[in-house]
Design a protein around this ligand. Structure first.
Ligand code: XMP
Length: 514
């Protein structure tokens, strides 16, 4: 029996913004966790033989007609269950209790009294602050349960039936605003479920390696490197699993950050001794982009050209049947379910060559970004790649507003490198989601250098904080960082006569200018 079958804790997603966070927290406690939709067949849950189940929160009320319902047979599985917020309410409702809109909603940090003779709270302080976000609450307990915590507005803020192994909390233990939340989750995972903390970087790598060997056998496999952490880690794991059967292809479109191409060479060819085909295709991409100013056309051209180059390389190799993709777990959860309006077509540069017949190998398919970074570190990937900020596939082409030319690329590359250096020097590189330079190429302005009037380019600095790129706030960079950025860009990048800082948030702006 594999470890995954015996140690998994499933998170049943009732549509909560926090479901993903719950799974991440559980994995941080080294227990493997996966998210399943609330309407999953109960047999599917049983097949996974989970150690425990967590019912997530959700925006609905259990008392409305089309409230999301899981099959109540979930309570017959003999598996411990923890309900969080809506999950607790649905548990109470389904097992014969009552949930009411008391009119006493609670949002934000709330003081709570907990009974420390209870299973969930036994290692926690009796008085604690928890994060609440609810209108309804449990007003009558199902048979067999007792209330084990209360707040001013929620007399039943937590409940348990230790006999059956069912627990519920009205608050959110998964968010940082509930300081004792991690301890509570530990009590459930280790104490109630008896789960073992076996989900570590080493075990993730071992699992991935044996899956890859099983899938690929003696066949050859190809992997597109982008310079980013996901494709790098995916390639390294595959290399560890099947060595020289792997060939990496790095299509260098010439729109990368400074020294990125060299770094990919150094890391993969020299350090890890991986077969690497480095296609230097800058001229080819620039020729295609000649005269193009529309952002979406840039993306389309670059995406298509990328695929063409990749196909050319692959078609010259013999007997390659597999392609590595750096797909992450959030993409897997979202695919098919997310229907957000398309603001920009994010061409998946480095993605699947559409016309080619490959079987996909996705070694990161079940991993979150922080786990990918941890594995990268474990495998000896340089810090610079492990912690590299996200970078759009079409690269600097969408950071040059207007036509892309070789001179403009050079200017932007230099300015961008200064931004990276200074943000790193200030110790802000990891906490800031993205920081970079933008060249609004047609925006010239007047300056004065020495006694002479200049008429030069403008560089805009963009730095944003974000968790998921869906929303972002402009970073409040310290004065001294802004001052250094302005001085250095003005002094070191020829042709720049003005530096501005972008103070737009997303929405209504986007992170990239194009
Ligand atoms: P926006 O500009 O929409 O960007 O706030 C959100 C995130 O997506 C990245 N981005 C792209 N990534 N191809 C990509 O692979 C693209 O065409 C693209 N455009 C934007 C952006 O850098 C940010 O992280």
């Amino acid at each position: 029996m594999s470890r995954e079958e015996t140690q998994t804790v499933l998170v049943v997603d009732f549509g909560a913004q926090y479901s993903r966070l719950i799974a991440r927290r559980v994995r941080e406690l080294k227990v493997y966790s996966e998210i399943v939709p609330y309407d999953v067949a109960v047999e599917k849950i049983a097949e996974r033989r989970p150690k425990g189940i967590i019912l997530s929160g959700g925006p609905a009320s259990v008392n409305i007609d089309d409230a999301p319902q899981c099959d109540p047979a979930i309570f017959e599985l003999g598996v411990p269950i923890l309900g969080i917020c809506y999950g607790m309410q649905w548990m109470a409702h389904s097992l014969g209790g009552e949930v009411a809109a008391s009119g006493l909603a609670e949002f934000g940090q709330t003081e709570m009294a907990a009974q420390t003779d209870s299973v969930l709270f036994k290692t926690l302080p009796p008085e604690q602050t928890v994060w609440m976000s609810h209108r309804d609450s449990v007003s009558r307990l199902p048979d067999g349960f007792r209330a084990v915590a209360s707040t001013e507005n929620a007399p039943i803020a937590a409940m348990e039936d230790t006999e059956q192994g069912f627990y519920g909390v009205q608050f959110h233990p998964e968010v940082v605003h509930t300081p004792a939340g991690t301890d509570l989750l530990k009590n459930f995972l280790y104490g109630v479920c008896g789960a073992l903390p076996t989900w570590t970087s080493v075990s993730m790598i071992e699992d991935a390696i044996s899956a890859i060997r099983k899938q690929v056998g003696k066949e050859k496999i190809i992997c597109g490197l982008s310079g980013g952490v996901d494709s790098a880690v995916a390639a390294l794991i595959v290399h560890k699993a099947i060595g020289d059967q792997l060939t990496c292809v790095f299509v260098d479109h010439g729109l990368m950050r400074k020294n990125e191409g060299e770094q990919v060479e150094d890391t993969f060819r020299k350090h890890f001794q991986i077969n690497l085909i480095h296609v230097k295709a800058k001229e080819r991409f620039l020729a295609k982009l000649d005269g193009v100013t529309d952002p979406e056309r840039k993306r389309k051209i670059i995406g298509e050209e990328f695929i063409r180059v990749f196909e050319e390389v692959a078609s010259e190799m013999e007997d390659v049947n597999y392609l590595v993709q750096g797909t992450l777990y959030p993409d897997v959860i979202e695919s098919g379910t997310r229907d957000a309006a398309k603001i920009k077509t994010h061409h998946n540069v480095g993605g699947i060559p559409l016309d080619m017949q490959f079987d996909l190998v996705e070694p990161l398919r079940l991993l979150f970004k922080d786990e990918v970074r941890a594995i990268g570190q474990e495998l000896g990937l340089p810090e610079e790649i492990v912690w590299r900020q996200p970078f759009p596939g079409p690269g600097l082409a969408v950071r040059i507003i207007g036509e892309v030319t070789s001179e403009r690329l050079e200017l932007l590359c230099e300015a961008d490198e200064i931004v990276t250096q200074e943000i790193k020097r200030a110790g802000l590189y990891r906490s800031i989601w993205q920081s970079f330079a933008v060249l609004p190429a047609d925006l010239k302005s007047v300056g004065v250098q020495g006694d002479a009037r200049t008429y030069g380019s403008t560089i805009a600095i963009r730095a944003v904080t974000s968790d998921d790129a869906m929303t972002a706030d402009w970073a409040r960079l310290p004065d001294e960082v802004l001052t250094r950025l302005s001085n250095r860009i003005m002094n070191e990048v020829p042709g720049v006569s003005r530096v501005v800082y972008d103070i737009s948030s997303k929405p209504p702006s986007t992170s990239e200018w194009e």
